[in-house]
Design a protein around this ligand. Structure first.
Ligand SMILES: Nc1ncnc2c1ncn2[C@@H]1O[C@H](COP(=O)(O)OP(=O)(O)OP(=O)(O)O)[C@@H](O)[C@H]1O
Length: 576
């Protein structure tokens, strides 16, 4: 007997199991942090990413076992429309209705044809707005310095987090925190009786840090802040900095970092709170930052539909050098690029489609250290044909025909990646003045060093494969040649032993596929002499084979690098 109620409950149970397991693994972060078990935090962060798909597939299997083969035929639509209605009803007082809706969509969309992907069957639009809002206050706790004074309030806040590890010198840290606070905050925040602190109840864990996040509420408005907590070797914890600038907070929550591990009963309330602190971030970006990357995908798709309904602009090819592996396009008013894997790769790319998929997946699951843009992967994206410029349409037909399907006035792209749009570094340099050139070349070298430190060898290090963000950060975005650093063989260039060898140059020594010669880095990445000289001056280590070999040894010895996502000058350690 096919009962809509039973189907709705099966899907909701699948979701419930997913959320429980997701919270369970997230809740291992505080213990791992307390024991400085960085491997455990890293593997929990990575493993968690695949939880969603596993649960969706499991739920589909349960449905099939209960109902036999699932078909959506002329006689069945009513059953699935009713299922959606009942499911919607079950979510009215649910703490995570938006996540449960997305889970439903994922199950349905994997079972049925695209022509049913509308609001009768799934939640294209969220019904969240029809439900009583979950108050943000469920996620934070308020503190009132007027009662016991500023320093005691900070002691109370730290005590509340119950870190399970003592601080090396908490009184010193509190003194430094108050000093930094008075320096950075407006004068209305200088008196304990003129403010209140709202602090998120759970720390945000990532790599080797726990971040305390909150806001000061005063007559002059809201002042957001982040306080990172770190381990000082084995001696205990310390507060490392106070970050109050929204632009710096946005970098910490950037689209090129690993997801935070943070427990929450109601992600929508948490995202709402974070959005008040960082109004320039979209809900999609914030869901993604706290690990709900599938929810981010749903939110992002809604943002795209919204954008398409509001603009007359068309998708056009992305600016810059054309890729040999990807066809890349964009919508000028929307700050993202869309990447489709080409049917045929250019020469010099001796691998196939599966390798590209695997390498993009490798980066998705890896710590992106603020230097590799996150990608969202979509199947069967339907775009209105009239929103595709003629130039782009002919490029798509020419390069990615096997990924296209035409359905009435829609173009269906069977598989694509979406990524934040940046200014390709090669284009940026064409317009940059001397100071800007210096900043981005320094950033480029820093980006390489930070990727190396987490076992990523970018492969193709040409400047065109890096982008510049609005914060002038340089971020890598081309993953088809990415490999683990430890799989490469870094070699010094053989010295010619006689004049004949010298004339023979490269042909006199053999080069295996994994061989890399760091001394040749500047020769390979650019033909611009100024850029070459700058790179050699700012990052000479990158041309030294020993630097790369040492990085490999560090990784093999399981030394996990701490890559600080905020400016060094904000660190209290400078004042110790
Ligand atoms: N995130 C991005 N922001 C802005 N432009 C981008 C972005 N990603 C790609 N592009 C543009 O699209 C071009 C091709 O992208 P990408 O380098 O990913 O493709 P590819 O085929 O892998 O390249 P390659 O031939 O170097 O392997 C880039 O050179 C750049 O101009």
């Amino acid at each position: 007997m096919r009962s809509a109620r039973k189907i709705a409950h099966t899907i909701l149970n699948g979701y419930k199991k997913h959320y429980q397991l997701f919270q369970h693994i997230t809740a291992t972060a505080p213990q791992a942090f307390a024991h400085a078990d960085w491997q455990a935090i890293q593997s929990a962060t990575t493993d968690r990413i695949s939880y969603y798909d596993i649960r969706v597939n499991e739920t589909i299997d349960t449905l099939k076992a209960q109902l036999g083969e699932l078909t959506l035929t002329a006689s069945e639509p009513l059953l699935w429309q009713n299922t959606r209605k009942i499911y919607h009803d079950l979510l009215l007082f649910h703490p995570q209705p938006e996540l449960a809706e997305s889970f439903y969509n994922s199950v349905f969309c994997r079972l049925f044809h695209r022509s049913y992907f509308n609001n009768d069957y799934i939640f294209v639009k969220t019904t969240l707005c029809e439900q009583p809002t979950i108050p943000c206050a469920s996620e934070y706790q308020s503190y009132f310095p007027v009662v016991d004074g500023l320093k005691q309030t900070i002691r109370d806040i730290i005590a509340h987090f119950n870190f399970d590890v003592p601080f090396v010198n908490l009184e010193r840290d509190i003194r430094l925190l108050v000093k930094a606070f008075l320096k950075q905050a407006p004068s209305t925040h200088h008196y304990a009786h003129q403010m209140r602190f709202d602090i998120l109840k759970k720390p945000f864990y990532r790599n080797k840090a726990a971040y305390l996040i909150g806001r000061v509420v005063s007559k002059s408005g809201i002042q957001p802040f982040i306080v990172p907590v770190l381990h000082h070797y084995n001696h205990g914890l310390y507060l490392d900095a106070l970050i109050t600038q929204s632009s710096q907070m946005r970098v910490i929550f950037g689209f090129a970092r690993a997801y935070f591990m943070v427990e929450t009963a109601s992600p929508s309330a948490l995202v709402h709170f974070l959005n008040e602190l960082m109004p320039n971030k979209t809900p999609a970006e914030l869901y993604s930052a706290i690990g709900f990357h599938k929810q981010a995908k749903t939110q992002f798709y809604r943002e795209l539909l919204n954008q398409l309904s509001q603009t007359d602009q068309q998708f056009i090819p992305a600016a810059g050098t054309k890729g040999m592996v990807m066809t890349v396009f964009t919508l000028p008013t929307f700050p993202y690029v869309f990447k489709v894997i080409k049917d045929k790769f250019g020469s010099g790319k001796p691998f196939g489609r599966q390798t590209v998929l695997d390498r993009y997946q490798l980066v998705k699951r890896h710590d992106k250290v603020g230097r590799m843009a996150d990608t969202i992967e979509y199947s069967n994206v339907a775009l209105p044909l009239d929103k595709i410029s003629p130039e782009l349409l002919s490029e798509l037909k020419e390069t990615v025909a096997s990924s296209l399907e035409f359905d009435g006035d829609l173009l269906i792209i069977k598989h694509l990646y979406i990524e934040r749009r940046m200014t390709p570094l090669n284009l940026y340099l064409e317009q940059a003045n001397e100071a800007q050139t210096r900043i981005v070349i320094d950033e480029y070298g820093q980006a390489l060093k930070e990727m190396i430190a987490v076992n990523i060898f970018p492969g193709d290090m040409l400047l065109k494969n890096f982008g510049v963000t609005s914060h002038q950060r340089v971020i890598f975005y081309d993953y088809d040649e990415v490999q683990y650093l430890t799989d490469m063989n870094f070699r010094a260039l053989p010295q010619p032993s006689n004049y004949d060898d010298y004339l023979m140059a490269e042909s006199s020594y053999s080069v295996a596929p994994q061989d890399v010669f760091p001394e040749q880095l500047t020769t390979f990445v650019t033909t611009n002499d100024t850029v070459r000289t700058l790179l050699k001056t700012l990052h000479p280590e990158l041309m030294d084979v020993k630097y790369w070999q040492q990085a490999q040894q560090n990784i093999k010895a399981k030394k996990i690098a701490n890559i600080c996502p905020y400016p060094k000058h904000l660190r209290f350690k400078n004042d110790w």
